[in-house]
Design a binder for this molecule. Structure first.
Ligand code: ADP
Ligand code: ZN
Length: 639
């Protein structure tokens, strides 16, 4: 059996390797290892169970939300076991980020990818063969290259040993996921070739179809399946009306000097909004697929290093961004699906500190979304792609349901992933300020009887046309159809189109009317509609939420620093930025905000006290303890 290698890295910090793990990890004090190697005082929910299964050498599939702390689940076992762990990761940026974080914790890790000179790749592979690394990151393409798969890999296995294969972002294996990578499919070859080396798959994708696909496509052998809750209590969810004040709200948020992401639907909108924020003095950068690769890279880097506070982006921005201290995510336009909303907004608050996710929404967005859906046509024939359109409409409806609901937002999202949240969450707009409900039973009855009248004539129409009838429109088509003679014609004149639209949407959401696709969406009555018509059921609709936004809605849950402590916090933050820039890493690699806050609170006077701060492990203590305690002392000696 090969000997475990002491962890070491370029900076020369060497951390003693703890005693080799027992096969099941039980005799190991995992909590102590977590603190000394990573500086964390406790496991996040679900982490420990995954770590134990990993140490036991089982195949496993772990599904955890973004920010759940997936990487630790394979990194801790990797440092506790002899041999090397191979981590298959789809993106260069992800590999580099994780390797930087590991190295800063004094854990020997490296990556190989196409950004490196061949001689550098060879050097790292030689190092791996000599047992110099605990973790090696690489892309699936590299792993599957014959000279790697049939050569290097076999030598590693037969030499000092490979203790596990990790497939990160494992949803890439599935066509049902959003980042399908065909080469992920071939990873099943690992299972066949090295049947006795455990394979761990990790993803944040929650849908059951993707989960099944991962197990099958990677040929996992009786995997332990861990599904963590997708509830992220530190995220505040809110929906706000999109109107003339929206930009000012956004600007106010951006001025708070915290990292945030604004998602927009189009590249043009991204460019405009980034420019507008810049001209208002915000360090904002755009990000979309229309920018050249170099520009994208440097904008992303500026954001990660806190040189730019705000990134305005299309959905092209996302995977590969591990920045843990994004404090807010704003959707300036409607997301395409509830799942994508969950994933995009979920880029906030990975560090577990309070963060805010706001969706701006107006009726005009619905029209844009519908228009885009109608554009889904066969490029050759121009015929509508009906299946795709139907699916997109269903997804749009789920998003609208979320946006217009008066229910707990978290409850809706979790239900979408098959989880049940009991009670109200207390950290969304609807739970904090329940909205007033209006009795719109009469309007609902008017609308439904319009459908009933037309049904008697064996006719079915969509919502917009029915509203025209109720409002007594003079449109020629309507007159030609003879609908001006209906008894319901014009009975809803006193209300504007917007109100009628919200009635229709509410009826749909509450299941009080049926929508069917007859080439285009048409409405028909169901059993519940008749209950409304017979007066057996009331219809309540929420009024629009108040449009003034309170400052930092998420702040309620924050363990904010006392105002008097802010100067020291700013000082430590500046020191962190200096140190980070000097070593060419993002500030969060050095310390998280929460760790800085704890330093401010406890004001550690010596290294011993410094070592007890959450976020400080042995390597960080050795590397930064002195300069940070010096800075704290200097700050105190001034007052
Ligand atoms: P994921 O890949 O699941 O989105 P990461 O592995 O990037 O999550 O972890 C998210 C953040 O949580 C990281 O900044 C990481 O340092 C932090 N983290 C992970 N585990 C713990 C823990 N047990 N205690 C405190 N912070 C943790
Ligand atoms: Zn709630």
């Amino acid at each position: 059996m090969p000997k475990p290698q002491p962890g070491c890295d370029d900076a020369g910090v060497t951390v003693p390797t703890p005693p080799a793990a027992l096969a099941d990890g039980s005799a190991l004090d995992l909590a102590a290892a977590l603190k000394s190697r990573f500086g964390f005082s406790t496991f996040r929910p679900g982490q420990e169970a995954v770590v134990r299964d990993a140490l036991a050498g089982r195949d496993l599939l772990a599904i955890m939300p973004t920010g759940g702390g997936k990487s630790l689940c394979f990194q801790l076992p990797a440092v506790l076991q002899p041999g090397i762990t191979l981590v298959i990761s789809p993106l260069i940026a992800l590999m580099q980020d994780q390797v930087r974080l590991l190295q800063d914790n004094g854990i020997a890790a490296t990556y190989i990818n196409s950004s490196l000179e061949p001689s550098e790749v060879s050097a790292r592979l030689r190092g791996a063969a000599k047992g110099e690394y605990k973790l090696l990151y690489l892309a699936p393409e590299r792993l599957l290259q014959p000279n790697f798969f049939d050569g290097v890999l076999n030598r590693l296995v037969e030499g000092r040993g490979v203790n596990a294969f990790v497939v990160d972002e494992a949803h890439c294996v599935s066509e049902w996921g959003h980042d399908f990578r065909p080469e992920y499919r071939q990873l099943a070859a690992l299972r066949r070739r090295h049947a006795n080396i455990p394979l761990f798959a990790f993803t944040a994708t929650a849908t059951p179809r993707v989960r099944e696909d991962i197990v099958n496509q990677l040929a996992l052998h009786e995997p332990a399946v861990h599904v963590a809750s997708f509830n992220r209590p530190n995220l505040y969810y809110g929906v706000r009306p999109k109107n003339k004040k929206t930009y000012d709200e956004l600007l106010a948020r951006a001025r708070e000097d915290e990292s945030g992401i604004v998602y927009c639907l189009s590249r043009k909108r991204v460019d405009e909004l980034a420019l507008q924020l810049q001209s208002d003095g915000i360090a904002a950068v755009p990000y979309h697929a229309g920018l050249d690769a170099e520009q994208r890279r440097s904008n992303q880097e500026a954001f990660i290093r806190d040189d730019a506070r705000v990134v305005v982006a299309t959905i092209a921005f996302g995977m590969g961004i591990n920045k843990p201290d994004v404090r807010w995510v704003v959707h300036y336009d409607l997301p395409r699906t509830l799942e994508s909303y969950y994933q995009e907004s979920g880029r906030a608050g990975r560090d577990g500190d309070p963060a805010e996710c706001i969706l701006y929404f107006s009726a005009a967005d619905i029209r844009t979304a519908e228009f885009l859906i109608q554009q889904k046509v066969d490029p050759d024939t121009g015929a509508p792609l009906e299946d795709e359109q139907r699916l997109a409409r269903q997804q749009l409806r789920q998003v609208l349901n979320y946006a217009e609901s008066t229910e707990c937002r978290r409850g809706i999202q979790l239900r979408y992933f098959g989880e049940v949240l009991t009670g109200s969450c207390g950290n969304c707009d609807n739970c904090r300020n329940p909205r007033q409900l209006h009795d719109r039973t009469i309007e609902a009855q008017q609308f439904l009887s319009c459908i009933a009248r037309l049904a008697q004539r064996r006719e079915r129409y969509g919502g917009a046309y029915l509203i025209d009838i109720l409002r007594g429109s003079q449109a020629q088509r309507l007159i030609d159809n003879g609908h001006a003679q209906l008894s319901v014609y014009g009975i809803g004149k006193q209300h504007g189109v917007e109100l009628w639209r919200s009635v229709v949407r509410a009826l749909l959401h509450q299941g009080l009317v049926q929508e069917t696709q007859d080439g285009y969406p048409v409405l028909s009555l169901n059993a519940l509609s008749w209950e409304v018509l017979r007066g057996e059921r009331k219809v309540h609709i929420a009024e629009a939420p108040p449009s003034s936004r309170r400052k930092s809605e998420a702040a309620g849950a924050a363990e904010d620093l006392h105002v008097a402590d802010q100067p020291l916090f700013d000082r430590l933050r500046a020191l962190r930025k200096q140190v980070a820039d000097r070593s060419g890493v993002p500030p969060y690699v050095i310390f998280h905000d929460a760790t800085l806050r704890e330093m401010v609170r406890r004001a550690p006077a010596n290294l011993e006290e410094f070592a007890t701060i959450p976020g400080v492990g042995q390597a960080k203590l050795a590397r930064y303890g002195q300069m940070f305690t010096d800075e704290i002392r200097a700050a105190y000696s001034k007052v």
